[in-house]
Design a protein around this ligand. Structure first.
Ligand SMILES: [Mg+2]
Length: 222
């Protein structure tokens, strides 16, 4: 579906996990790392690891990121999320070597970068995001914007507009999570949903490569 608010694209903001990188299956086993239990037990000392895994799943669904969900529900600052990512980071980084590297992605991003500005908008930790992009061979394409609040609030989009200009429809968000697109849609950003999940978006594609091919070919220009 193409809605009337789509303007000429000048910025493409890519989500990382499950959009550019297929990480969910690789990432979730890292929840079993002992560091996860240690961090959560500083908040609720008596939880078992199985209970922690349950809460991680609940918060992953509600916030798109378990650490952000915990911080939101316990009223913790973003600094706590960064510290949790750092302490838990090594468990995640170990799994990056197993991520699928897609041969076509670097050349598609090369072509897109000639046309528009590219950026990563992620809720993940900075060190993790850089390592994933290095592994995929596409680090040089992207500045990384950490969503300093989760994507289901207006704050990350206000940061984008403040830093790059108030032309909402010229900022395209490419995401695998329909829930993560809702607030951006409300604010007038152009939305692209990639992957298997159904949801409302200006454009839907089976994967990020299919989106990039259509974008580079000019077939998405409204
Ligand atoms: Mg994602």
């Amino acid at each position: 579906m193409v809605t009337e608010h789509c303007g000429p694209a000048v910025h493409l903001h890519f989500d990382l996990d499950d959009t550019l990188a297929h990480t969910a299956k690789a990432f979730r086993p890292s929840w079993r790392d002992p560091s996860v239990l240690e961090i959560v037990q500083t908040l609720v000392p008596d939880l078992s690891h199985e209970e922690v895994l349950h809460f991680f799943k609940v918060y992953y669904e509600s916030h798109g990121c378990s650490w952000l969900g915990i911080a939101d529900n316990f009223g913790l600052p973003m600094r706590w999320v960064d510290e949790a990512y750092d302490r838990h980071g090594d468990a995640s980084l170990k799994l990056i070597a197993d991520l699928e590297v897609k041969d076509r992605l670097p050349s598609l991003l090369d072509a897109a970068s000639e046309m528009v500005r590219l950026r990563i908008l992620t809720q993940a930790g900075y060190r993790y995001a850089e390592s994933v992009l290095d592994h995929l061979g596409v680090r040089h394409h992207f500045p990384i914007l950490r969503a300093r609040a989760y994507k289901r609030t207006a704050q990350p989009y206000h940061i984008i507009l403040a830093e790059e200009g108030r032309h909402e429809a010229k900022h395209w968000l490419i995401e695998d999570s329909p829930a993560n697109l809702k607030e951006a849609t409300r604010l007038g950003f152009t939305t692209v949903l990639v992957g298997p999940r159904d949801g409302e978006a200006d454009y839907c594609f089976p994967d990020v490569e299919a989106f990039l091919e259509s974008f580079i070919a000019g077939s998405l220009t409204p």
